[in-house]
Design a protein around this ligand. Sequence first.
Ligand code: GAR
Length: 208
Amino acid sequence: RRRAAIFISGRGSNMTALLRAMADPTYPAKAALVLSNNPTAPGLGLAAAAGVATAVVDHRPHKGDRGAFEAELSRALAAADIDLICLAGFMRILTGGFVDQWRDRMVNIHPSLLPAFTGLETHARALAAGVAFHGCTTHLVRAEMDDGPILGQAALRIRPEDDAKKLAARVLELEHRLYPASLLRWLNDDITLDNNRLRISPLAFFED
Ligand code: GAR
């Protein structure tokens, strides 16, 4: 089984979904470490309660020195013998050097149907744009933010009564299903890439 580190910055609900999946010994990755850049992330307590090792690598003492921050990340990853990184609400940008080192071994979940709505405030922006469909995406991480081969997407139809908060909650439920399922498929099938895209269709589901 792959030894996974789950990177968080806050609540950790996607982390919890991954921990639950990884607790099954037949799942191809095992949660070896939960790492947060934020010492007060609520997800750290949830991980500890689930019996998973935790680490804090605070970005603040490094003040603008991303290299020093990432050197500390790398030390924590090496100490836990990690070979897969799952970003789960990790709100720091990683440099191209770090991303390249983890090429095809680092996945992310983003709360929109990429390539639409990269960055923050995705739900409010989807509503403002008047799109009919919205959702979430899992992808392999590349140096460009919210970019990289798509592993899976889950979509929903925006309802007239949706505001940003309701929409966030509806998408979050999809995220919790999409992340473990699309990672499972990527790890199990050892799907190859062609021209920086999966050679087969990404995992996809729609909830009306
Ligand atoms: C999730 O919605 C995740 O998709 C998003 O942050 C939230 C974290 O919630 N990630 C990003 O916006 C990444 N840029 P969680 O801590 O409960 O998983």
